[in-house]
Write a new protein. Structure first.
Length: 173
């Protein structure tokens, strides 16, 4: 009887331990990485971009037009181009819907994300090339890199017919 009780206690303990260990959800891990990337960009903490992007990242925002986008290949170029593009402006990335499709072994994912990106340049509030809002669609590839989900490729397009300058236009009185 003691052996049966001991066995029952051991089995229950294993079952409780197994169910109480939190396993990271792949989808949540990718969502968290996207959010961390947005925060890193918005706080201009460029030194931390390597936590969210691979060293060989390709960031292609050319579809936004030459005033708003370009092609960056490799993390150093992404950092340099982002610093130049953001300058002293305030930026905000509002990440919303993400559609995630994993490959067979869950080490790579095609992710389509919708983002509202706003930029406010305090020296050029009326200039739509420096103060604007873009509704972006990002067609991304995330991969597991050293145990962490990271952005490896991004193609950014504008969902609207043009970039908006809704904040400080000339009709404001």
């Amino acid at each position: 009887m003691r052996l049966q009780s001991a066995l029952l206690v051991a089995l229950v303990s294993v079952a409780i331990t197994a169910t109480s260990v939190t396993q990271p959800d792949v989808y949540e891990a990718i969502h968290q990485r996207e959010s961390m990337l947005a925060v890193t960009l918005d706080t201009k903490n460029y030194g931390r971009l390597g936590e969210s992007m691979t060293q060989d990242v390709v960031y292609d925002s050319r579809p936004l037009g030459s005033d708003y986008g370009g092609l960056s290949v490799g993390l150093p170029q992404v950092i340099a181009n982002t610093k130049t593009a953001f300058g002293n402006a305030k930026v905000a990335h509002h990440v919303s819907n993400a559609i995630i499709k994993l490959n067979n072994d869950a080490t790579k994912a095609n992710v389509t994300t919708y983002i509202v990106w706003s930029k406010w340049d305090p020296t050029a509030l009326h200039d739509p090339k420096k103060t604007f809002r873009i509704y972006e669609r990002c067609d991304d590839v995330f991969v597991v890199d050293q145990g962490t989900w990271k952005l490896q490729y991004s193609l950014v397009t504008n969902l609207a017919p043009k970039v908006e300058n809704p904040y400080f236009n000339d009709s404001d009185g």
